[in-house]
Design a protein around this ligand. Structure first.
Ligand SMILES: NC(=O)c1ccc[n+]([C@@H]2O[C@H](COP(=O)([O-])OP(=O)(O)OC[C@H]3O[C@@H](n4cnc5c(N)ncnc54)[C@H](O)[C@@H]3O)[C@@H](O)[C@H]2O)c1
Length: 1598
C-alpha cells in the first residue's frame, strides 16, 4: 500500500476519525481488513459519482483481489447511486436504498459506505441504523459540512413533509474518513456553507483557532482552488502550506465537536453549545430552504445571536465585529439584507412574528422559554449550555426598525466614549504599517472600511497584525515601507471604501520590484460604485511625478494598475479641490519617496483643510515633521508642504481618538432632553473639525458646554428651551449638520445652517433627506444653495407616530434618533444603517445613555398616511383641483364635474359671493396678505361644507400659505383626491396674456411658477398633465374622454379597470416595447386588437435626448408623464405600468431602487390603472406604494430566469405567498424546459385559484417550451403583435395566435351569431361581424336567418348550445321580446330589442339566460358626442321605433329640450308621453320651434330618405335652410336612413356651414355594430379593419 500520512482524532474513546489527503487506498485497506464482511455497499449521489465513483470501484476491486484467499468466497463490492439533493433524504429515499439492499440479498454483516455530503451521510446512516436491526457503516464525507459536522456525532435522520430531520436515530459509524482532497471538486458555495460550521466551532471554543481563520481566509480558499496533482498531500512531505492549513482547520473543528460529543453524546447540555447561531439560523432556514443553504442561514443566525448577546451587555462590539468580518471573508451572508437573501421573494416572509413562532418549537427550549447560545467573547460562551432569552430581546434584534421610548435617562449624567474615528483609524493603520517597530492601536473602529485597509496592507506584505485583549487592541508590526506586489491573479479588492482607495493608491507606488513569481504590477479595484468615484487628480499628480499608473477601465476611476517603481519625490503638484484625501494620501507616503517631497496644491480652493491638518499632526506623532510654507512678505500660509525623507517611528501605543461626528449624537441628546453628557475622548485638542460642534452649535442653542483638551461635557437647558441659531456656518463640521438640524426642529425660532453643500453628494442627498423627513413631523424647512433653514416648533406640536426613512445613511438614522428621544412613537426604519460608524448605537443608547429602545417590525404596522396616503374608499368625496393660474382648472374642473355628474365649484367665485367683492378689488383694497388669510378660511370652509360630490377648483396662490398647504395635505391623506393640474410654463404664459379677470402677479411669472410647482406637487395626491389645449394631439372629444376617465378612476366612481376581469373572461395586455411610445401611434388600433390593457415598459423608454447614450438610462419623470399623457390621447385602455429591473429580465438598473419607486409613485399619481411591482424590491417601499394605490391595482410580480423555480416545488409557493401579501394581482413568471413544466404550472394555478379569496394570478413560463402556458393563462396574458419592433419576452404570442390555439385545444368552441329580420339579404352585419372575428382570430360565424315570423326556427336557434347571440332588425324588434328572459334598462325604455346576448348563470357555463339589449341608441349617442359635447336643444324627426332610440340617447346626453316632429302628430304625442322626463316638445311643422328660443344643434331624422326632399311639391317633410339656424358652435345632423349615402337632409346640411357635421346612417350602423360585437365577445371591435370592409361592400352594392 502507498504510504499515507493520517491524522487521527478520537471520538467516544476510539480513534475512528482518520484525516488526510487522497485517502482512498487507506480507506479500502482499513475497511477490508478491519471490518470483515461478505458485502460492501457504497452509496453516493450522481454528482459525486461523476467525479469519484470510478476510482472507488477500481481501488476496492483491486484491494479485494489482494485479500488473502482463505475465506470460502470472495466478498462483494456493490455501488448504488441516488439523486442528489435534500429530496432524497426522505422516507421514499430510504425505502429505495433498503430495497436495493434486500434485492441484493444483503445480510446482517453488510458494511455500508456513505460517500457524500450531509444528505448521503444522514440517509445512509439511518438506513444502517435500522436495516436488519442495525448494520455497520462508514462515513466518507465529501462536503466540508459533512466533514466537520454531519458525519461526526452519530446523528442520522430523514425529512418528512412536516419538517426536517424529524425521524432518525443516533447510530455511530465505524470510521469517519476525512479526505480533504474531495473539497477540490466541491462547488465553492458549498465550501463556504461548511465554513460557517468551522467558524462557529472556533467562535464558541477556541480563540486561537478563530484568529487563524480570521487571518487566513485567502490561503484556505487557495487550498481548495488549486488542484493537488499526483496525490500531493497524501504524505506530509508532499503537502503544500495551504493544504497543511486547510487540514489543521478541519481537524481543529472536528476535534472540538468530537470532544463535545464524547462528553455529551445524546445532546443534553454541553452539546447544545454547537447550536450557536442555530436557534435563529434554523428559523430563517425554515423559511428560506432550499434556496439558501444551511450554513448561510446559520451564518446570519450567528451574527443575530451575537447581537442578542451584545444587547444583553455580555458581548462587546469587538466580538460582533470580528465574527462578522470573519464570516464575510468566507463569502457568507451576515444579515438578512444581504442581496442573496433580500432579493428572494421568500425573504418577504421573514417577519419577526413568523421567526419567533418557528423558534417556539426548537428542541433546546424548556417549555415556552427560548434558549440561545450566548457568546461572552470570541472563543467562549456565557454559560456551558444555551441560555434562556426573553422574546422581546430576540424580537428587538430581528426587527428592521427601532423605536426609542422617551422618558427619564437612567444614566444621567452620562459618561461615555464613542467608537474610534474612521479617519484616524485609517491613517493610523497606514502610518503604523509603514513605521518601524511595534505599535499597539487601541479604540480602532471595527468597520468595513478599516477591515478593507488591513486586508490590503497584508496583501502587500506591508505589515503584520495581531489582536490582543480579546480584540480590543490591534498589534501592528510595521514593515518600514517594504512592500511587495501580490501574487499573479490577485487583485486588491477595496469594496466601496473611499478612504482606503485613495490612501492605497500612493502606498502602492512605494512597492519595490518583487521576486519573479509575483505579478508585474499591483492592481487595486473595488465594487461597481467605487468604480465610479473619482481618483483622477491623484493619479495625474503621481503620473507627472514619474509613477507608472494605468486606468484599467474608465479614465479617472478604479481599477488601477500600479507599477512597482517606487515613489520619485521632489516637486509634486496636486489639484486638491475635489478631495483632501488625495493630499493626505501623498503626505502619508511622501517620507518614503526617493527624494524629499515638496507638495504643491494647485487649482484653487483646497477642500477640508482640517483633514489635511489631521494627517500632518498624526505624522508628527509617528516622528515625521511636515512644514507648511509661509509667504515671506505677508506671513500668510501657503498651500505648499515640505516633507523630509524619513521612516516613521512607531509609538509603542497609539490611542485612536473617538469619532467626533458620532459624539454629536449623545451630546445632542443631552441638549434636547435637558440632561448632562460627557464624552471622554474628545476635547479642544481634537484633530477633528466636528469636535467644535459643542461650542459652536450647542452652546449657541442654550446648552452649558465645558470642554477640556480631551473631554467635552454638555448640559442641556430644560426640555423645550433650546434656542434657534440665526446663522451658523458648518463648513468645518459638515457631517454634524444633520444633528444640528434635528435639534433646530424643536428650537424656538428659525435656524439657518450654511456651508454644507457637499452633503448633497454623500450617502444620499442629506439636505433633501432631512427636509423630507422633518416634513413628516410637520416641521417646515427651506432649502438654500449651500444649506437650509429650519423653522422650529414646540416639541408638543411635532407629529407623533412618524416613520423615518433613513436612505441607508447612518447619520440620518442617528440624527433622527436624537429627535425621537422627545417625540413619542417615532420609528427609525432601517436601524442597521448605523453599522457604518457606530454598530452598537442602539445598544449604547439603552445601556450607556439609559433610554429604552424597542424593535419595530415594519411588516406588522399599518401603513402611515402621507400627502398621497391611504384614504377611506369614499367614492363620493369631493375632488380638489389645484395648479397655476392658466393651467386649465376651470375647463378641466367643469369637464370632470360633468363626467361625474357632480357640481363644479370655483373657489374664486365662491369668494366673491361670500365677500361681496371681486378678488381683484379685494386685493386692491386690502392687500395680498388679507386676501390670503380670507382665502385660507374659505378653503377650510369648502373642504368641510362641500366635502361630497363637488369638483372644487382653487386659486393658484392658495399654496403660498403654509396653513392652506397643511389643509390640502390632510385632505389628500384622509378624505379625497387633490389633483395637481400641470401645464408647461410656455402655455400658461400664452394663456394668461389673454386674460385679465384676476389680479396680476407683482413678480415675473417664471418665479411664481418655480416657487409654487413644488408646493402643488407636495399638496396633491394626483397629477393630471394638461395636454388638452388647442395645440395638443387630442381632439376636444379625446380630451373630455380622458378627463372623464381620469376623474372617474381616481374617485372610484368608475375605476378604469379591464371589465373582462370581473366578467371572468380571459384577459390580455400588449407590451409596448418602444423607446418612445408615440412611435406606436400610427398603428395603435391594430396593435391593441383584442387586448384589455396596454403595458408601458418604462424601463425601455428613452427620450430622443438620451437615445445615443450607452448603457441603461433612467427616464425622467417628465418624459414618463408625457408618454402616459400621449398614450391616453390615443387609447382609453387601462395602462399597466412596468419598471422591469435587469435581474427580473428588464432594462432598469437593479441598484436604482429609489428611482424605480419614484416612477411607480408617479404612475399612481397619474391615475395609471395597474402598477407592476416586483416582490424583490424593499418591503417598506412597497408598503408605502400600496398605501397610496387608491383605486389602481398592484400587480405583484416575480420572475425567475434561472429555471430554478419549479411549479411543483417550494420556491413558487414562497413567491406566491410573498406576492399575495400586497398584490391585487399576482404575477409569477418561470422558465419552461419541457412541456411538462406547463402542466405543473396549470396544476399550481388551479390549486391556488380554488382557495378561498384567491387573487387573480398571471402565471406563465418563458421560452419556446413555455408557449403553452401563455395559451392557458387566463389572467392578463402578455401578448405581442406582428407589428411590434421586438417581443417583450421569448415565447410571446399574439392575441390572434392565442385565440386560434385556444380553439384548437377545445377551449374556445365556435359560436354562431345571427341576424333575425326580413328582408335582410342586403344587410351589412355579416360583413361587419365576420371581419371582426377573422381579424381577432375568433372561430365564430355570423349568418342571416330570414324568417317570415318569430317562430319555431328562431326558438330552436336561440336554444342551441352554440348560440352566441343575435342582432334583431325590423320587423321583429318587439316580437322577439317574449322569448327573452330579461331586458336591459335601455331596451325596456325604448321598448325594442336589437341585440340578444346569452349570459351564463352557472359557473360551469352550462345554463344561461337570454338578455335583450338595444345598441341602436348607443350608435346614435356616440355619433352625437363625437362632435357635440353638450346638447342644449335637439330635433327628432319621425316617431317610430328608431326615434325612441334617438330620444333615449338624447336623454342620456342630458339634452335640455327635444323637439319632436312626425307626419301624424298624434303618434308624436304618444311618444312624448312615453318619455315623460325627456322634456319633449311636439312640433306641428318641422321647423316651427317657438320664436326667440335656441334652434337645435342636433338633428336626427328617423324617416326613410324618400320621405324628405327640399324642392318637391308633394313632399311630406319639406326641408329648408331654416333647419340649420344654429350658429353658436359645433352641430350635427344624423340621418338614420341607410340608403342612399347622401340623403337630401345631409346634402342640405353640408351647405349650412363648417360647423354642421353630417352622419350618414351607415356610420350609426357601424357604431351600434361595434357595441354589439363588444357585448358578445368582450373584445373591442377592430374598427380599423371592419369599417373599410363594410364601406366597400356598401359602396359595391349601391
Ligand atoms: N447529522 C448531522 O449532525 C447533521 C449536521 C448538519 C447537517 N446535516 C444535514 O446535512 C445535509 C446537508 O449536507 P451538505 O451541505 O453536505 O449537502 P449535500 O449532501 O446535499 O451536498 C451538497 C451538494 O454538493 C454535491 N457534492 C458533495 N460533495 C461533492 C464533491 N466533493 N464534489 C462535487 N460535488 C459534491 C452534492 O451532490 C450536492 O449537490 C442536510 O440534510 C442537513 O440536515 C446533518
Amino acid at each position: 500500500m502507498t504510504a499515507t500520512d493520517i491524522l487521527k482524532v478520537s471520538i467516544l474513546g476510539k480513534e475512528s476519525i482518520h484525516c488526510g489527503f487522497h485517502l482512498l487506498p487507506h480507506i479500502a485497506q482499513t475497511v477490508l481488513t478491519t471490518l470483515p464482511s461478505s458485502t460492501y455497499i457504497l452509496v453516493t449521489d450522481t454528482n459525486i459519482a461523476n467525479f469519484h465513483l470510478n476510482a472507488f470501484e477500481k481501488e476496492f476491486e483491486s484491494a479485494l483481489e489482494r485479500l488473502p484467499s482463505g475465506a470460502a468466497s470472495k466478498p462483494r463490492f456493490l455501488s448504488h447511486v441516488i439523486a442528489p439533493g435534500e429530496t432524497s433524504k426522505s422516507r421514499e429515499g430510504k425505502a429505495n436504498v433498503e430495497d436495493f439492499l434486500l434485492l441484493n440479498r444483503c445480510t446482517r454483516d453488510t458494511v455500508i459506505l456513505a460517500l457524500g455530503g450531509g444528505v448521503i451521510g444522514d440517509l445512509i446512516g439511518f438506513v444502517a441504523a435500522t436495516f436488519m436491526r442495525g448494520v455497520r457503516f462508514v462515513q466518507i464525507p465529501t462536503t466540508l459540512l459533512g466533514m466537520v459536522d454531519s458525519s461526526v456525532g452519530g446523528k442520522t435522520a430523514i425529512d418528512t413533509p412536516l419538517g426536517k430531520n424529524l425521524i432518525g436515530a443516533f447510530w455511530q459509524p465505524e470510521y469517519i474518513f476525512i479526505d480533504a482532497a474531495f473539497l477540490e471538486t466541491l462547488p465553492s458555495r458549498e465550501f463556504s456553507n461548511g465554513m460557517a460550521e468551522v467558524v462557529k466551532t472556533a467562535a464558541i471554543w477556541n480563540e486561537a483557532e478563530f484568529g487563524s481563520l480570521e487571518s487566513n481566509s485567502a490561503e484556505i480558499f487557495a487550498a481548495i482552488q488549486t488542484p493537488s496533482e499526483n496525490y500531493a498531500g497524501r504524505t506530509k512531505h508532499t503537502r503544500s502550506k495551504a493544504q497543511e492549513l486547510l487540514l489543521s482547520v478541519i481537524v481543529g473543528s472536528i476535534s472540538v465537536k468530537a470532544h463535545i460529543v464524547t462528553i455529551d453524546e445524546r445532546e443534553t447540555g454541553l452539546r447544545n453549545l454547537v447550536n450557536f447561531g442555530h436557534t435563529i439560523g434554523h428559523a430563517i432556514e425554515a423559511v428560506l430552504t432550499p434556496t439558501v443553504l444551511h450554513g448561510e442561514c446559520v451564518s446570519v443566525g450567528m451574527i443575530l445571536e451575537a447581537e442578542v448577546s451584545r444587547q444583553m451587555g455580555i458581548l462587546g462590539q469587538v466580538g460582533v465585529g470580528r465574527l462578522s468580518r470573519c464570516l464575510k471573508a468566507y463569502n457568507l451572508p451576515i444579515s438578512l439584507s444581504d442581496p442573496r437573501i433580500a432579493s428572494l421573494p421568500a425573504a418577504k416572509l421573514l417577519t419577526v412574528d413568523r421567526l419567533l413562532d418557528i423558534m417556539r418549537v426548537d428542541k433546546k427550549n424548556s417549555g415556552a422559554e427560548k434558549k440561545i447560545v450566548i457568546l461572552s467573547r470570541i472563543g467562549a460562551t456565557y454559560e456551558q449550555k444555551a441560555t434562556v432569552v426573553q422574546d422581546s430581546i430576540i424580537a428587538k434584534t430581528l426587527s428592521e426598525a427601532a423605536k426609542v421610548i422617551p422618558g427619564v435617562l437612567k444614566h444621567d449624567p452620562v459618561k461615555m466614549a464613542t467608537p474610534g474615528s474612521k479617519s484616524i483609524s485609517n491613517r493610523a493603520l497606514v502610518l503604523a504599517a509603514l513605521g518601524k517597530g511595534t505599535c499597539r492601536l487601541s479604540n480602532l473602529l471595527h468597520s468595513d472600511d478599516t477591515q478593507v485597509m488591513m486586508t490590503a496592507l497584508l496583501e502587500l506584505k506591508g505589515a503584520s497584525f495581531e489582536w490582543e485583549d480579546e480584540g480590543e487592541t490591534l498589534v501592528v508590526k510595521g514593515g518600514e515601507g517594504a512592500l511587495s506586489v501580490p501574487p499573479k491573479g490577485k487583485e486588491i479588492y477595496l469594496g466601496n471604501a473611499g478612504t482606503a482607495a485613495r490612501f492605497l493608491t500612493t502606498v502602492c507606488t512605494l512597492v519595490q520590484s518583487s521576486p519573479v513569481d509575483n505579478a508585474p504590477t499591483t492592481i487595486i479595484t473595488g465594487n461597481a460604485r467605487m468604480k465610479q468615484r473619482p481618483i483622477g487628480p491623484l493619479v495625474t499628480a503621481l503620473q507627472a511625478n514619474g509613477s507608472a499608473i494605468e486606468f484599467l477601465e474608465s479614465e479617472g476611476c478604479l481599477p488601477l494598475s500600479i507599477a512597482p517603481n517606487g515613489l520619485q519625490g521632489g516637486n509634486i503638484q496636486l489639484a486638491a479641490s475635489v478631495s483632501s484625501q488625495y493630499v493626505s494620501s501623498i503626505l502619508l507616503c511622501a517620507p518614503y519617496a526617493l527624494e524629499p517631497v515638496t507638495l504643491d496644491l494647485i487649482g484653487g480652493q483646497v477642500i477640508s483643510q482640517p483633514y489635511i491638518d489631521m494627517t500632518i499632526a498624526m505624522m508628527r506623532e509617528f516622528g515625521v515633521a511636515v512644514t507648511r510654507r509661509v509667504d515671506p512678505n505677508t506671513g500668510a500660509q501657503l498651500n505648499m508642504y515640505d516633507i523630509p525623507k524619513a521612516t516613521y517611528v512607531n509609538p509603542s501605543v497609539y490611542s485612536i481618538e473617538s469619532d467626533a461626528s458620532s459624539a454629536t449624537y449623545p451630546l445632542a441628546i443631552a441638549a434636547i432632553t435637558g440632561t448632562t453628557c460627557t464624552i471622554e475622548n474628545i476635547g479642544s485638542a481634537s484633530l477633528q473639525g466636528d469636535a467644535r460642534f459643542a461650542i459652536e452649535v450647542l452652546e449657541r442653542m442654550g446648552c452649558e458646554v465645558t470642554q477640556t483638551a480631551a473631554s467635552t461635557t454638555v448640559r442641556g437647558p430644560a426640555v423645550g428651551q433650546l434656542k434657534a441659531i440665526e446663522e451658523v456656518d458648518m463648513e468645518v463640521m459638515t457631517d454634524a449638520f444633520l444633528t444640528a438640524t434635528a435639534l433646530a426642529a424643536v428650537a424656538s425660532g428659525k435656524t439657518r445652517i450654511l456651508g454644507i453643500a457637499n452633503q448633497r453628494v454623500k450617502e444620499c442627498n442629506r439636505i433633501r433627506a432631512m427636509m423630507d423627513q422633518l416634513a413628516k413631523f410637520g416641521v417646515e424647512t427651506i432649502e438654500l444653495d449651500d444649506g437650509l433653514e429650519i423653522i422650529g416648533k414646540p416639541i408638543k406640536d411635532l407629529k407623533r407616530g412618524v416613520s423615518v426613512h433613513c436612505y441607508d445613511d447612518h447619520r440620518v438614522a442617528m440624527a433622527f434618533s436624537v429627535l425621537s428621544t422627545v417625540v413619542e412613537d417615532t420609528i427609525i426604519e432601517e436601524k442597521r444603517c448605523v453599522e457604518k460608524t457606530w454598530p452598537n448605537w442602539w445598544d449604547d443608547l439603552e445601556n450607556k445613555i439609559g433610554l429604552k429602545v424597542e424593535g419595530v417590525d415594519l411588516a406588522s404596522i399599518a401603513p402611515k398616511a402621507s400627502a398621497s396616503g391611504t384614504r377611506s374608499p369614499d367614492t363620493s368625496a369631493s375632488v380638489v383641483v389645484i395648479g397655476m393660474r392658466g393651467s386649465g382648472k376651470t375647463f378641466v374642473g367643469k369637464a370632470a364635474a360633468s363626467a361625474l355628474s357632480w357640481t363644479f365649484l370655483d373657489a374664486d367665485a365662491f369668494f366673491e359671493e361670500k365677500h361681496k367683492i371681486g378678488v381683484r378689488a379685494f386685493v386692491h383694497e386690502r392687500g395680498w396678505s388679507a386676501f390670503r388669510t380670507a382665502e385660507t378660511a374659505i378653503l377650510e370652509e369648502l373642504l368641510r361644507e362641500k366635502a361630497m360630490n363637488h369638483v372644487i377648483s382653487l386659486g393658484g396662490g392658495v399654496v403660498e400659505v403654509p396653513e392652506a398647504r397643511e389643509l390640502l395635505k390632510q385632505y389628500a391623506a384622509n378624505r379625497g383626491p387633490v389633483v395637481h393640474l400641470s401645464r408647461s410654463l410656455d402655455e400658461i404664459v400664452k394663456y394668461l396674456n389673454a386674460e385679465t379677470a384676476r389680479p396680476a402677479y407683482g413678480e415675473p411669472i417664471e418665479d411664481v411658477f418655480r416657487r409654487r410647482e413644488p408646493w402643488f406637487a407636495e399638496c396633491s395626491s394626483h397629477n393630471l398633465v394638461n395636454h388638452f389645449g388647442p395645440n395638443s394631439m387630442a381632439s376636444e372629444k379625446g380630451s373630455r374622454d380622458e378627463i372623464a376617465r381620469f376623474f372617474k378612476h381616481i374617485t372610484g366612481q368608475q375605476p378604469n379597470l379591464a371589465p373582462n376581469v370581473a366578467a371572468g373572461r380571459r384577459t390580455y395586455f400588449l407590451s409596448l416595447t418602444y423607446p418612445d411610445v408615440t412611435q406606436a401611434f400610427p398603428q395603435i388600433e391594430q396593435l391593441s386588437e383584442g387586448v384589455d390593457a396596454l403595458e408601458l415598459r418604462v424601463d425601455l423608454l428613452r427620450s430622443s435626448k438620451d437615445y445615443e447614450l450607452p448603457g441603461p438610462v433612467i427616464p425622467s419623470e417628465s418624459f414618463v408623464s408625457d408618454q402616459v399623457a400621449a398614450l391616453r390621447n390615443v387609447t382609453s385602455l387601462p395602462i399597466v405600468f412596468t419598471v422591469r429591473t435587469v435581474s427580473q429580465g428588464g432594462a432598469f438598473p437593479d441598484a436604482a431602487e429609489k428611482e424605480a419607486f419614484e416612477l411607480l409613485d408617479l404612475a399612481l399619481r397619474l391615475g395609471v390603472e395597474y402598477v407592476d411591482v416586483e416582490v424583490t424590491l424593499p418591503t417598506y417601499h412597497i408598503r408605502d406604494l400600496v398605501a397610496r394605490k387608491g383605486f389602481s391595482q398592484i400587480i405583484a410580480s416575480s420572475h425567475d430566469w434561472s429555471g430554478n423555480m419549479k411549479w411543483n416545488g417550494d420556491l413558487v409557493k414562497e413567491q406566491y405567498e410573498a406576492a399575495k401579501q400586497f398584490g391585487d394581482i399576482i404575477k409569477i413568471v418561470g422558465k419552461a424546459t419541457s412541456i411538462q413544466d406547463n402542466f405543473h404550472l396549470y396544476d399550481f394555478v388551479s390549486k391556488a385559484s380554488s382557495l378561498p379569496q384567491a387573487k387573480p394570478i398571471i402565471a406563465i413560463n418563458m421560452g419556446i417550451e413555455g408557449q403553452m402556458s401563455r395559451i392557458l393563462n387566463s389572467m392578463f396574458s402578455p401578448v405581442t403583435h406582428p407589428l411590434l419592433p421586438v417581443k417583450a419576452a421569448p415565447g410571446q404570442l399574439s392575441f390572434k395566435q392565442i385565440q386560434e390555439a385556444l380553439h384548437l385545444l377545445g377551449l374556445l368552441p365556435t359560436q354562431r351569431y345571427y341576424l333575425f329580420g326580413t328582408p335582410i339579404a342586403h344587410s351589412m352585419s355579416p360583413t361587419l361581424h365576420n371581419t371582426g372575428f377573422e381579424v381577432l382570430g375568433l372561430p365564430h360565424q355570423y349568418e342571416l336567418l330570414e324568417t317570415s315570423e318569430v317562430g319555431e326556427q328562431i326558438k330552436a336557434t336561440i336554444a342551441a348550445p352554440d348560440f352566441g347571440g343575435a342582432s334583431v332588425t325590423i320587423p321583429y324588434k318587439l316580437d322577439i321580446i317574449p322569448l327573452l328572459d330579461e331586458l336591459s334598462p335601455a331596451a325596456e325604455a325604448i321598448g325594442a330589442v336589437n341585440t340578444i346576448i346569452p349570459q351564463t348563470t352557472s359557473s360551469d357555463g352550462k345554463s344561461w339566460k337570454l338578455y335583450g339589449d338595444n345598441s341602436d341608441w348607443l350608435g346614435i349617442r356616440d355619433s352625437i358626442s363625437a362632435y357635440v359635447s353638450s346638447v342644449d336643444t335637439a330635433l327628432v324627426i319621425g316617431a317610430g321605433g328608431t326615434s325612441r332610440a334617438a330620444i333615449y340617447a338624447l336623454q342620456a346626453l342630458a339634452a335640455k329640450t327635444i323637439y319632436l316632429h312626425n307626419r301624424t302628430t298624434i303618434k308624436a304625442q304618444e311618444l312624448a308621453c312615453a318619455f315623460p322626463d325627456a322634456r319633449i316638445q311636439v312640433l306641428d311643422a318641422i321647423e316651427q320651434w317657438p320664436e326667440g328660443v335656441a334652434p337645435p344643434s342636433v338633428i336626427i331624422s328617423t324617416v326613410p330618405a324618400a320621405a324628405m326632399t327640399a324642392a318637391s311639391a308633394n313632399n311630406i317633410f319639406p326641408l329648408s335652410n331654416k333647419l340649420f339656424e344654429y350658429r353658436d358652435g359645433p352641430a350635427v345632423v344624423i340621418d338614420m336612413a341607410y340608403k342612399p349615402a347622401e340623403t337630401p337632409l345631409l346634402t342640405l346640411a353640408a351647405q349650412a356651414g363648417e360647423h354642421w357635421k353630417t352622419v350618414p346612417g351607415l356610420e350609426v350602423l357601424l357604431k351600434q355594430g361595434y357595441v354589439q360585437f363588444e357585448k358578445w365577445t368582450g373584445r373591442r371591435c377592430p374598427k380599423h379593419a371592419v369599417a373599410p370592409s363594410v364601406r366597400s361592400k356598401y359602396n359595391g352594392e349601391s
